[in-house]
Ligand binder design. Structure first.
Ligand code: UDP
Length: 237
């Protein structure tokens, strides 16, 4: 499958057209951003690591019945994916309070939540991706109906159950993560975008060491080492 014209460039990936109108090529970039792109960076090899990590996790989820946009991996940094219409909602799933949740609601950082929390954020850079509720989603016509929102929540929770136990076996706490979904030509809701240490928080089970994008955002260093460690643990077993 040949990489055609550039269709879209985001913070972490570029999307290219292919000769098949239903398929795109996704290229994982080395760029890193933090807090609405106010801090930018670049970590050579990060794109390849995220591509490998995301491919493994999408395969894991497919195996458990979650439909995804992934067709196949082409090389270290490229995936062939189904073309979908991205639903402009970031679905954030949380097991432990940290980041914006801890700050916004004054919950002590690191508090284990009494139940899995699912939140919606409006994917709009200019507005700074604000948190929104179900009615905002309907008001803005981000989905067709309330049942789509229920489906997004169900999928977020199911992905969490699968990944939380997968990572627990690998001595990593899945603190929280963000997923995006798209609608294919037949109207199916498919898991899209990526799942990687750019979009998840992973803390070491024993030491709580951060093995994700927070290493970059908080200036902890060794970003690539941390991402390599996550991939190593995914591939272990
Ligand atoms: N997240 C993301 N993209 C975003 C915002 C958040 O992938 O644009 C992920 C983030 O990596 C974390 C989870 O969603 O795993 C929750 O992020 P939070 O709301 O705490 O915001 P942050 O503190 O990361 O700004």
């Amino acid at each position: 499958m040949n990489k055609g014209a550039l269709l879209y460039e985001g913070k972490g990936k570029k999307l290219f057209l292919t000769e098949d109108e239903n398929l795109l090529v996704s290229e994982f970039k080395d760029d890193l951003t933090a807090f609405n792109a106010e801090k930018k960076g670049n970590e050579a090899g990060k794109g390849a690591l995220n591509c490998k990590i995301s491919t493994q996790l999408f395969h894991l989820l497919e195996k458990h019945g979650i439909q995804t946009h992934l067709v196949k991996t082409l090389d270290d940094t490229h995936q062939l994916i189904k073309k979908v219409k991205i639903i402009p909602i970031e679905v954030v799933v949380r097991n432990i309070a940290t980041g914006s949740l801890a700050k916004r609601l004054g919950i002590k950082d690191g508090t284990v939540l009494p139940f899995t929390l699912v939140e919606f954020y409006y994917k709009d850079d200019a507005l700074g991706d604000p948190i929104i509720n179900d009615e905002h989603c309907l008001l803005l016509n981000l989905v067709k109906s309330e049942s789509d929102l229920e489906e997004l929540k169900r999928l977020g929770r199911e992905i969490n159950v699968i990944m939380k136990s997968f990572f627990a076996e690998r001595k990593l706490k899945l603190v929280d993560f963000k997923v995006e979904f798209g609608v294919d030509t037949e109207g199916n809701i498919l898991l899209s975008d990526e799942i990687s240490p750019d979009s998840c928080r992973f803390w070491d089970m024993d030491t709580n060491e951060k093995l994700d994008k927070d290493r970059f955002r908080q200036g902890l260093g060794d970003v690539k080492v941390a991402y390599e460690e996550v991939l190593k643990r995914i591939l272990a077993h």
